[in-house]
Design a protein around this ligand. Structure first.
Ligand SMILES: [Zn+2]
Length: 68
């Protein structure tokens, strides 16, 4: 199982999907969603807009799911 990320950038509207191969569990998933790092900038890969100005803003633009 890996964690999949989908980014829907508010600034440019780009939809980007990432598939990771790290081992993931419900615990890892919950931690990621509950503790978003807002100090280190996470940016849209297309327009470089900052996605994590705040935790709420980040979660609004990114969806994280556990995949195969
Ligand atoms: Zn963008």
């Amino acid at each position: 199982m890996g964690l999949n990320y989908a980014i829907d950038c508010r600034a440019c509207g780009a939809h980007t999907e990432y598939r990771t191969t790290i081992n993931a569990s419900e615990v890892v998933y919950t931690r990621l969603v509950e503790h978003v790092d807002t100090e280190c900038a996470i940016r849209c890969p297309v327009c470089r807009a900052r996605l994590n100005k705040s935790e709420a803003e980040f979660l609004d633009q990114v969806s994280i799911t556990i995949g195969e």
